[in-house]
Design a binder for this molecule. Sequence first.
Ligand code: FAD
Ligand code: SF4
Length: 470
Amino acid sequence: ERLNNVFQFVDVGRQDPAKKAMTARTQEFVEIYQPYQQPEAQQQAHRCLSCGNPYCEWKCPVHNFIPNWLKLVAEGNLFEAAELSHQTNTLPEVCGRVCPQDRLCEGACTLNDGFGAVTIGSTEKYITDTALAMGWRPDLSQRVWTDKKVAIIGAGPAGLGCADVLVRAGVKPVVFDKYPEIGGLLTFGIPEFKLEKSVMTRRREVFEGMGISFQLNTEVGTDVTMAQLMAEYDAVFMGMGTYRYMKGGFPGEDKPGVYDALPFLVANVNRNLGFEKNPSDYISVRGQRVVVLGGGDTAMDCNRTAIRQCASQVTCVYRRDEENMPGSRREVANAKEEGVAFLFNRQPVEIVGNGKVEGVKVVSTQLGEPDENGRRRPEVVPGSEEIIAADVVLVAFGFQPSPPAWLAEHEVELNDWQGVVAPEQQPYKFQTSNPKIFAGGDMVRGSDLVVTAIWEGRQAAEGILDFLEV
Ligand code: FAD
Ligand code: SF4
């Protein structure tokens, strides 16, 4: 009878999973959300209206069968929900944790109309976490192996998405990564308070059980050459990410005490995971006044890492207003709760200090006319200069593609901003100008999201299967 309540969304409000106590959140590198237990997950999933033409599915970049798996959760059919969820998504438990749901699936939920969207992300995480803990594994009993094998460069979400689709089709994927663990930025970028690293170690076991091989600590171009891969494999997929840091282009950026975001985050993760090679790589902001420049996910991760490292003060400076921030609203709210101060409509023009950072000079901005992407351009307010005192500045202005030099030898075409050209459409999806090489994720689209990288990796795998006539 409980399952027939068509007004569940009225009787039961949206309930996000509980967050851990603030003391844990500001001192420990652990996920901040408690897991759903079965009754809450069922109740929340049952709030779904099963819209005939679900906008959430359309807005989700991998087009998850959201209402269908919500229904299975509401009915208590967890393993079926896990199986269905994996039909479209390679890492559902990761997306459930790190997707900006308010801009994607949940932002499109009909219940936003005053009732509160269904907690799609938290339910997606619940399904896979719980099913895997209970022993569920993807059903590959119908798979027939072919004699084809594909080399995948990069064990980030794009490479893993590609490997997942290939292995299910009986094509052997061998994934090469220069890092000692799989995940790409999921492991060496996104901090543990959003995604604990045990999630990826468990995933590795699942993938290996499915027949995916990993060759870690192996850099293509150094430890093995692209020419070798081209000779030994039937096709190659590249999902190597974007790793060139964008600069502000203002004076003082090279002063001691100014750091790029990713080295700060990666050194922190490496220390926590025990992968640290050189203790001097670690950047401590303990007791320091930290200013973070930028307003995206990377900036939020820097803010919240600095809080956990016990900075004396953390201020985030962003040149647009809060409404126009590019990252997830949930993470901005979490940063505020944890004690980050935000200064909106401020543009840095100089990092000042005698021999080391003493402050950031900013000017106020107001939003002008929309640019070609529809985002309103910040314009400087004359005479509005001020200096924000700082001991450390973390620069999180984003990333640009960093394709390896050896691509040229293999006739892989790049576009004018150094992204690999790999069109989404035919003849074979995500094929580069070299027919045997496919590519996807950040190195093709520029730095974006985990879920879009997964999608491109999965699509490229379909392109490879067509190309190999499997
Ligand atoms: P990557 O994840 O970068 O993986 C590329 C892999 O290729 C790496 O493991 C690298 O070691 C390997 N590689 C590169 N060159 C070689 C080589 N020559 N030989 C062998 N291996 C090689 N997205 C979200 O959706 N939500 C978030 O909350 C979020 N937070 C983020 C926070 C930070 C700090 C950053 C930097 C990004 C964040 N993103 C977030 C974006 C997201 O992480 C990326 O868009 C996504 O990881 C891109 O996937 P990818 O597979 O294309 O590349
Ligand atoms: Fe939402 Fe991301 Fe899951 Fe799609 S993959 S349903 S966008 S949380």
